[in-house]
Design a protein around this ligand. Structure first.
Ligand code: NAD
Ligand code: UFG
Length: 332
C-alpha cells in the first residue's frame, strides 16, 4: 500500500514516514522545503533502511500533484503540509489562509481526479480555542483565537462538506495536542528556524546555550503550580497515531475525528524540572507575565482514539525530554 505524505520532511511528517516504512508501507513525500531540509529524506532512509520517493514540489501546484499521481499508484494521503506559527499567522494572515487552505483544496481536487479518496488530515487542539472544560472531548465547542487556528477549523469544515457531498471519501481528522521529543536515533527531530515560540524547543536552546534564559509565561493560573498545563505527546507516539488512522480507513468507511494526546496535563515547571533532571543540565528561567491568548489548562480526553483507533501513548515525559535533548546535541 502506497501513502503520499505531504510535508513529509517536516517534524511530525518525518516521524510518520519512519513508522509507515517500518510497517512496510511504500512512502512518497511531497514537500517544498519551506520549513525543512532535503537531508531529512536521507535520515528517514538511514533509520529505516528503506527507500522513499521524494518530490520537491508545492502542494498548491496541481500539475505537480498530477505528475506525482501519474507516476505512483497512491492509495492514501496524509496531509501535513502547511504553516503552523501562531504569532506569524496574526501578523500575516493571508500567507496562512493561502497556503493552508489552497494546498488542501488543490490536493483534494487532484485526489478526486485520480479516484484516491482516503485522507488523513493534521488538525490541532487549537480548534478548541479557549476550552470550557478539561479534559477535552471531540464533541467540545469549537472556536479559534488566531488565523492559524482558523485555517484548521475551516479545513475541518471543508473536508466535512466534501465527505457529505460524496460518501466514498474516507477522512480522518486528527487533533494533535502538544507534540515534543524526537526519534530515539537523534537523526530526526524538531529544528525550528529562528527563536522558537513553543516551550520545548525554547528549553532545548537554553540548555545548549543558544539562548540565555527561558521566560515562563505566568505563574498565577489556576493550576497545580500556577503555570500553564498542556498535554505533551511524544512525536513517535503521535506518528503511530497516523498509522492507526490509516489502518482505520482500511477497515471502516466514513469521516472520523480523534484527539491525539496522552490525557495527562503537565505544567511548564514540571516540564522544565523533568528536562533538567533527566538530562542533568541546567536551564535558566525567569517568571514573566502571561502570554496573550494562552489558556490555563488544555489536555485531551483520549478515550475516543483508544476505542476507535486502538491508540494509546506509551512514552512518558522523561522520554520526551531525553529525546528532545539528544536530538539537539547530536545536531548542534
Ligand atoms: P513542519 O513545519 O515541521 O512541517 C510542515 C512541512 O510542510 C514542512 O516540511 C514544510 O516545508 C512543508 N510545507 C509547508 N507548506 C507546503 C506546501 N504548500 N507544499 C509542500 N510542502 C509544504 O510542521 P509540523 O510540526 O511537522 O506540523 C505538521 C502539521 O501538523 C501542520 O499542518 C501543523 O499545522 C500540524 N500541527 C502541528 C502541531 C505542532 O505543535 N507541531 C500541533 C498541531 C497540528
Ligand atoms: N511557554 C512558556 N515559555 C515559552 C513558551 C511557552 O512559558 O517560551 C508556556 C506557555 O505559556 C504554555 C506552555 O508553555 O503554558 C506551552 O506553550 P507552547 O507554545 O509550547 O504550546 P501551546 O499550547 O501554546 O500551543 C501549541 C501550538 C498550537 C497548538 C497547540 C495544541 O503552538 O498551534 O500547541 O496543539 F494549537
Amino acid at each position: 500500500m502506497s501513502v503520499l505524505v505531504t510535508g513529509g520532511c517536516g517534524y511530525i511528517g518525518s516521524h510518520t514516514c519512519v513508522e509507515l516504512l517500518n510497517r512496510n508501507y511504500d512512502v512518497v513525500i511531497v514537500d517544498n522545503l519551506s520549513n525543512s531540509k532535503r537531508s531529512v529524506v536521507d535520515k528517514i532512509e538511514e533509520i529505516t533502511h528503506k527507500n522513499v520517493k521524494f518530490y520537491e514540489d508545492d502542494v498548491c501546484d496541481k500539475d505537480a500533484l498530477r505528475k506525482i499521481f501519474n507516476e505512483n499508484k497512491i492509495d492514501m494521503v496524509i496531509h501535513f503540509a502547511g504553516f503552523k506559527a501562531v504569532g506569524e499567522s496574526v501578523l500575516n494572515p493571508m500567507k496562512y489562509y493561502r497556503n493552508n487552505l489552497v494546498s488542501t483544496i488543490c490536493l483534494c481536487e487532484v485526489m478526486k481526479e485520480y479516484n484516491c479518496k482516503n485522507l488523513v488530515f493534521s488538525s490541532s487542539a487549537t480548534v478548541y480555542g479557549t476550552p470550557r472544560r478539561v479534559p477535552i472531548k471531540e464533541t467540545a465547542h469549537l472556536s479559534t483565537t488566531n488565523p492559524y487556528g482558523t485555517t484548521k477549523l475551516f479545513i475541518e469544515r471543508i473536508l466535512t462538506d466534501l465527505y457529505k457531498s460524496d460518501n466514498e471519501w474516507n477522512i480522518v481528522l486528527l487533533r494533535y495536542f502538544n507534540p515534543i521529543g524526537a526519534h530515539e536515533s537523534g537523526l530526526i527531530g524538531e529544528d525550528p528556524n529562528g527563536i522558537p515560540n513553543n516551550l520545548m524547543p525554547y528549553i532545548v536552546k537554553v540548555a545548549t546555550h543558544e539562548l540565555n534564559e527561558l521566560s515562563v509565561f505566568g505563574n498565577d493560573y489556576n493550576t497545580k503550580d500556577g503555570t500553564g498545563v498542556r498535554d505533551y505527546i511524544h512525536v513517535v507516539d503521535l506518528a503511530i497515531g497516523h498509522v492507526k488512522a490509516i489502518e482505520k480507513i482500511n477497515k471502516s468507511k466514513g469521516l472520523f475525528i480523534y484527539n491525539l494526546g496522552t490525557g495527562k496535563g503537565y505544567s511548564v515547571l514540571e516540564v522544565l524540572n523533568t528536562f533538567m533532571k533527566v538530562n542533568n543540565v541546567d536551564v535558566k528561567y525567569k517568571i514573566v507575565g502571561r502570554r496573550s491568548g494562552d489558556v490555563a489548562s488544555c489536555y485531551a480526553n483520549p478515550e475516543k482514539a483508544l476505542k476507535g483507533l486502538g491508540f494509546k501513548t506509551t512514552k512518558n515525559l522523561e522520554e520526551m525530554c531525553r529525546d528532545a535533548y539528544n536530538f539537539a546535541i547530536k545536531n548542534k
